[in-house]
Design a protein around this ligand. Structure first.
Ligand code: UDP
Length: 140
């Protein structure tokens, strides 16, 4: 198995409810190491750019508004099979469909306010990491 890096966001619904530590603990318990982390207020331009792949989807405008509604924590996670492992501990997009014990099952409020983002492929992970972090900001 390969050591990978993936990209995570703790979303505004979670920072608002002071869940940064609880969510990070879940990630660490899943075998992921936080090798970069920064709390930011995303700009509208950043959110639109980051979610550009979804711009034709009906939920795009609401998603951008939600993502700039409060601070987020952007993180780089490292570990064996980090992309898949993170997706597993996150749970399904809609918390109603998420497995027990997953972050979204335990913490998400709705399909939109679902507490975390995680890259869905190694290729996207590299793009998303580079969107927010310079190489020297990642300390493995
Ligand atoms: N989303 C939404 N409504 C939907 C589907 C998705 O508001 O019907 C939001 C939700 O916050 C989700 C994000 O858009 O996390 C990106 O959607 P994607 O399908 O990529 O899900 P993810 O990879 O985050 O599970």
């Amino acid at each position: 198995m390969a050591t990978e890096r993936t990209f995570s966001i703790i979303k505004p619904d979670a920072t608002r409810r002071n869940l940064t530590g609880a969510i990070t603990a879940k990630l660490e318990e899943a075998g992921l190491r936080v090798v970069a982390s920064r709390r930011i207020q995303m700009t509208k331009e950043q959110a639109e750019g980051f979610y550009g792949v979804h711009k034709e989807r009906p939920f795009f405008n609401d998603l951008v508004s939600f993502m700039i509604s409060g601070p987020v924590v952007v993180q780089v996670l490292e570990g064996e099979n980090a992309v898949a492992r993170n997706r597993e501990v996150m749970g399904a997009t809609n918390p109603a469909n998420a497995e027990p014990g997953t972050i979204r099952k335990e913490f998400a409020e709705s399909i939109e306010a679902n507490s975390v983002h995680g890259s869905d492929s190694l290729e996207n992970a590299a793009i998303e990491i580079a969107f927010f972090f310079k190489p020297e900001e990642i300390v493995g």
